[in-house]
Design a protein. Structure first.
Length: 132
């Protein structure tokens, strides 16, 4: 309910920027993840309108994440294709084990984000003028 209504103002607040020009890749990344969040939130709304339980179609969240990561692979780095495969497996696991579907989904997000952070920390070289 309320979290869905507040989603757009939160996205707009986070998306604001002071100074500088956005790159094309940055704009694409914002569109990809904003679309993911809005589509994920709409699943529950559509289920409620259809008279189904709120998370009747919860495995679709895995499919949406897989699609978002496949778009990230197209725009930024091929390593995101591994995340796509992970979330396709997550979608299947959520379907097969509905009692644990949110544990599976949450664990997958945790693992994927940790692996992405480690991978990019090890492989991306910082700008030579930037001191960390």
């Amino acid at each position: 309910g309320l979290h869905v209504l507040l989603m757009l103002p939160i996205i707009l607040f986070i998306h604001r920027r002071s100074g500088g020009q956005r790159t094309a890749a940055e704009r694409y990344i914002w569109w990809i993840w904003t679309s993911f969040i809005l589509a994920a939130c709409s699943i529950g709304l559509f289920n409620q309108m259809a008279g189904q339980p709120l998370f009747f179609d919860a495995p679709i969240l895995g499919l949406l994440a897989a699609f978002a990561f496949s778009m990230m692979a197209m725009v930024t780095h091929r390593f995101f294709l591994i995340c796509t495969v992970v979330f396709l497996v997550v979608m299947l696991a959520m379907f097969l084990f509905p009692a644990q579907e949110f544990f599976i989904y949450g664990t997958a997000w945790c693992v994927v984000l940790l692996v992405l952070g480690i991978y990019f920390r090890l492989t991306i070289q910082p700008h030579p003028g930037r001191h960390l």
